[in-house]
Write a protein that binds this ligand. Sequence first.
Ligand SMILES: Nc1ncnc2c1ncn2[C@@H]1O[C@H](COP(=O)(O)OC(=O)CCCC[C@@H]2CCSS2)[C@@H](O)[C@H]1O
Length: 356
Amino acid sequence: MRLSSTLKTYLEDFCKPGVILKSPSTDIFQNLALEDWIHQHIDVQTRRVLLLWRNDSAVVIGRHQNPWQECNLPMMRKLGIPLARRRSGGGTVYHDLGNINLTFFTSKKNYDRRRNLGVVTGALKDLRPDLDVVATDRFDIVLNGDYKISGTAAKLGRTAAYHHCTLLCSSNRPLLSLVLQSNCKGIKSNATPSVPSPVKNLMDEDPSLEATDIMEAIASRYNAEFGFDGPIITVDPSVEDLMPGIHDMAAELKTWEWVYGRTPKFSICTSFTVEGANVALDMDIKNGVVEKCAMDVPQQWLLPEVGQQLGSALTGVRFCPSEAAAVVAALMRTSSQDPDLARKTRRLYESVVAVI
Ligand SMILES: Nc1ncnc2c1ncn2[C@@H]1O[C@H](COP(=O)(O)OC(=O)CCCC[C@@H]2CCSS2)[C@@H](O)[C@H]1O
């Protein structure tokens, strides 16, 4: 079923006790904006809403996390996998079309993660009674005791709340492991760390289990649990008329300031070798921007001023390889004509950019 009026009018006029929505979009930013929009605009004091959604390949970090610490950003850039920061807390997960996301919107009073996860495990058992799926004390769902198939996070507002979780049906597991492996060394930070677990897909257990059937089973179980009987309603987050303001919400979630700039302050303390010389590098990054950059270069290899010059040029610049590379390119244009010195300077600068 598709909607013609605005989502708010429709839900408030016709869906008094509760409703199941499904997004046809597979864009992580549009879908996170849809969650935000529902959380901000739909009155959940007297109704429950379940949203079912899936995304193309993406990495989703928690609100208080450090992306450099959590994932392999150069690899993601190479593969065209977007990074998104959600508004709920918790750790980093990988999404693709083989992963289902479920968002349970309720009043704060009715917020109950265990009951929601009971809907998910119950639905899986409706489909395959022999599946060994259990919700843990930390609100993961594990398969056969050891393998995580679902992770949970939540956002609690003043009167409304949502609990969202993943469900791994047939995701690309090698890619999941690859992109959730940081390539950055020497990060010191107080950001929330993820809790890595061995993961499995439901399909590994039973190849005939499909994401669409699982979503149907969850919808039936949700209706049974809460005494509803409505159909699944498709809501497209790319349709601004349905949800006024949603485009701006998606655009904000895409900004560098939100994705990277919201990273809690951190520092990088590392060292590397250039032409046999050992260089120590110390950087402080606040709001994603370099606040301090100091390096210790052996004097017999290169004058300390060269490192100092780079350090001050990088101060105030976003901690981002393309911006750092642009700063280095500009500095190199003004650097020494002496070929030996110019080569050493370039090698040092390239090594610093490689850390970013
Ligand atoms: N898709 C998915 N599902 C389950 N577990 C995953 C997934 N991707 C990675 N992982 C594993 O979980 C840990 C991180 O566990 P951790 O417990 O740190 O974090 C979470 O679980 C967060 C769940 C967020 C759910 C939201 C719902 C909609 S938008 S994202 C990671 O290192 C992997 O080992």
